[in-house]
Design a protein around this ligand. Structure first.
Ligand SMILES: Cc1cc2nc3c(=O)[nH]c(=O)nc-3n(C[C@H](O)[C@H](O)[C@H](O)COP(=O)(O)OP(=O)(O)OC[C@H]3O[C@@H](n4cnc5c(N)ncnc54)[C@H](O)[C@@H]3O)c2cc1C
Length: 292
């Protein structure tokens, strides 16, 4: 059976992926699927299993490096509105894994719910944020999660709650195929005060990062008690570049991809930075960037 048979309304072939990633780099996906609901997603996963196709989930592409040669197999994106609802009931918020984290932050702050305001300015989806426990200034999303609905690679939907969930610095134990939705338990607060706090954080964050219109990604996690950016600078790497990829002059832990940049340039620059920082400080930087 042809892989796309019966799925033609939500699967495309040879889809260029660069425009889905913040770095604007990367080849094509053999199959690119945007299912309309969980039943279609489950059917797609079943077909992947039957035909032994590898399958990956794309969120907002803000923490992703896609190789120049592209992806053989299937890339799934939860772009349909059925995956991005945001419903608020008192201090409980139910949101889809495909919802933009920024929409959840602004909706909850506007309703006077405290907890997510420090996550302002973090790009990407709720699913991506939960998978990598996105955070800022010592706060992270995991702290507010009471349950998560996931879909396994077999297409089974499961709820994970309470003690089953583990969040640590930029990590979670949410490793099933898809994070479909989550329930967040926030605290009540004052909308005007929360908005002020959020705006302040936003200004500080923007000033410390490259311009969002650039093609960018964060390279490394911060080692304990020190920022990766300051280690990179102190290692004398401020002006480091490979091909059309350089470190940002606003924050040395970001790469900026110029016209014609290749994924291999990013990987080589990453390796150069990692080995130089290790040589100078004896510290092994680790990356949180997903590489496909
Ligand atoms: C300008 C800029 C600023 C940033 N600031 C911060 C910051 O302050 N704090 C921070 O923590 N990060 C930050 N990041 C990194 C990035 O935004 C986060 O890691 C974000 O949470 C990634 O989400 P995404 O939807 O874009 O995921 P993607 O990049 O699309 O994917 C990342 C990983 O998550 C998986 N994934 C995505 N969606 C799902 C899902 N629904 N179910 C299961 N797995 C999924 C993917 O398969 C992949 O493995 C920043 C990035 C940029 C470019």
């Amino acid at each position: 059976m042809d892989f796309c048979e019966g799925f033609e309304h939500f699967v495309r072939t040879q889809e260029p992926l660069a425009s889905y990633a913040w770095l604007r780099i990367g080849g094509t996906a053999e199959y690119f699927a945007e299912p309309n609901n969980t039943a279609e997603l489950a059917a797609l996963l079943k077909r992947c299993r039957e035909q032994e196709k590898s399958v990956r989930l794309l969120g907002g592409g803000s923490n992703l490096l896609i190789r120049d040669e592209g992806i053989s197999g299937v890339v799934v994106r939860l772009s349909h509105p059925s995956f991005s609802n945001i419903e608020v009931d008192g201090a409980s918020v139910h949101c889809g894994g495909g919802a933009r984290l920024a929409s959840v932050v602004s909706t909850t702050v506007g309703l006077g719910l405290a907890g997510l305001e420090s996550l302002v300015g973090i790009p990407g989806t709720v699913g991506g944020a939960l998978r990598g426990n996105a955070g800022n200034n010592g706060e992270d999303v995991g702290r507010w999660v009471s349950s998560v609905d996931v879909m396994t690679a077999d297409g089974e939907v499961k709820k994970c709650a309470g003690g089953e969930l583990r969040f640590s610095y930029r990590e979670s134990n949410l490793d099933e195929f898809a994070i479909l939705a989550t329930q967040l338990k926030l605290e009540t607060g004052d909308a005007a005060e929360l908005t002020r706090r959020m705006q302040k954080q936003w200004i500080v964050k923007r000033a410390a990062e490259p311009l969002p219109e650039q093609n960018i990604a964060i390279l490394f996690r911060n080692p304990a008690d020190v920022s990766a950016a300051s280690l990179i600078e102190q290692a004398g790497l401020r002006d480091a570049s490979v091909g059309a990829v350089k470190l940002s002059d606003r924050n040395a832990n970001f790469v900026v991809a110029g016209p014609g940049a290749k994924a291999t340039d990013v990987q080589q620059l990453m390796e150069l930075v990692r080995s130089r920082v290790h040589e100078v400080f004896g510290i092994e930087l680790t990356t949180g960037l997903t590489i496909w």
